[in-house]
Write a protein that binds this ligand. Structure first.
Ligand code: GTR
Length: 326
């Protein structure tokens, strides 16, 4: 009797195991430039777990981290084509493609992370996500990305004058090129994966990013001065290929949207913890962190960037609405 129970138990356990393995009817391939353990990677994995649960194991998500599927600009194209199903990227690389995404990538548009949360969690956030529809993409959720500041290997930047002539890598978006130029530096758009060696070999003097990226990319090893001018609070975005999305039933589409929304809280928790840990690691490594900086000249010099990029009435209205969010 005992052994029969044991056999039955083993059988049902292996059936359950096979059941889970066999039940992945759809596996969504998701791309991320960051390594395992980085908050965005872990948040998408968590989203996958939620989705797997809500679809009784039918839909699985596999996260390809560390740019295994390519650099962001290329993976965005692949996602539009349906070669990659899901993608967690910065909103920045969408600027040249989707007009509406520009408003969240404007320097100093957000007063704080709280301001950014209020905007992206509300109507404006939804409107910008909807704009992805016309570009073969489905916008699912925004993730945190702290604020981006300049780092370089030449000198501490304590005022806007110190930016003069320094060569900075920026993400592939015209706004960021114009932003650096307006500050008196020289901008070079380049994929994230090339930044480390480009600083090391002197092709550029530095780049700009948040604490976790500055740390996890190892850029702090080659760029010893970090100035907290916090010029950008540009959120990350989780998108899906419209082609992959439309293959699914309405019910499954809703489950995907829901799991993505549910993962935002988790991401914010992971982000807050990582930001702190990364800051500690970078400071312990001896990087000179410049916190005393008058941001006003930086803010003032962004006027031409707004004039050049916020041209249509629709974008102007969006900017005003963002500024009006308390
Ligand atoms: C990071 C962001 C990445 C990537 C990178 C970059 O903060 O999480 O998605 O955009 O910056 O500068 O290219």
């Amino acid at each position: 009797m005992k052994s029969l129970k044991l056999i039955l138990g083993t059988l049902s356990a292996s059936a359950a195991f096979m059941g889970v393995a066999a039940a992945c009817e759809v596996t969504l391939k998701s791309s991320d430039t960051h390594p395992e353990g980085y908050p965005t990677v872990e948040a998408v994995k968590y989203m996958g777990e939620l989705l797997n649960e809500s679809t009784d194991g039918r839909i699985c998500v596999e996260v390809f981290h560390s740019a295994q599927l390519g650099e962001e600009k290329d993976t965005i194209e692949q996602t539009q084509l349906g070669v990659i199903d899901m993608n967690r990227v910065s909103l920045g690389p969408f600027n040249n493609l989707i007009e509406e995404t520009k408003v969240f990538s404007l320097p100093y548009i957000f007063r704080s992370t709280e301001h950014m949360h209020k905007v992206v969690d509300g109507e404006i956030g939804d409107e910008v996500l909807e704009a992805f529809q016309d570009h073969n993409l489905v916008g699912l959720a925004y993730y945190d990305s702290g604020s981006r500041s300049f780092y370089n290997k030449q000198r501490p930047i304590a005022s806007i004058e110190d930016v003069d002539g320094l060569k900075f890598r920026v993400m592939q978006s015209d706004i960021f090129v114009d932003m650096v130029d307006a500050l008196g530096g020289n901008a070079t758009p380049m994929p994230y994966g090339e930044v480390y060696s480009s600083i090391q070999t002197g092709v550029i003097d530095g780049a700009e990013n948040n604490w976790p990226s500055f740390e996890s990319s190892g850029h702090y090893e080659v760029a010893g001065y970090y100035t907290l001018d916090q010029h950008l609070i540009v959120p990350e975005v989780l998108v899906m290929s419209k082609a992959s999305f439309e293959k699914l039933s309405d019910e499954d589409q809703a489950a995907i949207r829901e799991a993505a929304k549910q993962s935002v809280g988790k991401m914010r928790e992971l982000w807050a913890a990582r930001e702190k840990a990364s800051e500690e690691k970078v400071r312990a490594a001896g990087v000179e962190v410049i916190t005393e900086i008058d941001k006003q000249p930086f803010i003032d010099s962004m006027k031409p960037v707004y004039e050049k990029h916020v041209t249509s009435d629709a974008l102007k209205a969006l900017v005003t609405r963002i500024q009006e969010v308390e």
